[in-house]
Write a protein that binds this ligand. Structure first.
Ligand SMILES: [Zn+2]
Ligand SMILES: [Zn+2]
Length: 133
């Protein structure tokens, strides 16, 4: 249930939040604000942006920086705490320009000098996805 997904992350279910969540659940790839705007023509940009920010803060979704300059978002797994060890590799398809979560591929543990603290890590593979090859 969509409501449960929100309540599990202590997010109050509103109509807009449920609609945006539905979009994220149904999408097999990461989505960006522009795509959401196109889907919800009557909603204003600020509301959509705030919805995404709330989801991100509550760790319902994670942002994906695939190097294209536009931040994309994708649903987190139920147990995800968005810690470096929860993060996975993303795959950017150079043909369809979609970005996929490779949840099975963990980012290798970081080796940093004493005194350095890692708060996040990202790794992006680029290439051609299964749909395009
Ligand atoms: Zn592709
Ligand atoms: Zn991801």
């Amino acid at each position: 249930m969509l409501e449960d997904k929100l309540e599990n992350r202590a997010i109050k279910p509103t109509t807009m939040r449920l609609l945006v969540l539905k979009e994220l659940v149904e999408s097999s790839t990461a989505i960006n604000l522009k795509l959401l705007e196109a889907k919800f023509e009557r909603a204003d940009r600020t509301t959509l942006f705030r919805t995404l920010k709330t989801f991100e803060e509550k760790k319902l979704i994670h942002s994906v920086d695939d190097g294209t300059g536009s931040v994309k978002y994708s649903l987190c797994t139920d147990s995800c705490a968005c810690k470096p060890q929860d993060q996975h590799v993303h795959f950017y398809c150079e043909k369809c320009e979609e970005t996929f979560c490779l949840t099975q591929s963990q980012i290798p543990e970081s080796q940093v000098p004493v005194g350095f603290n890692v708060s996040s890590a990202s790794m992006v593979y680029k290439g051609v996805c299964a749909n395009c090859s």
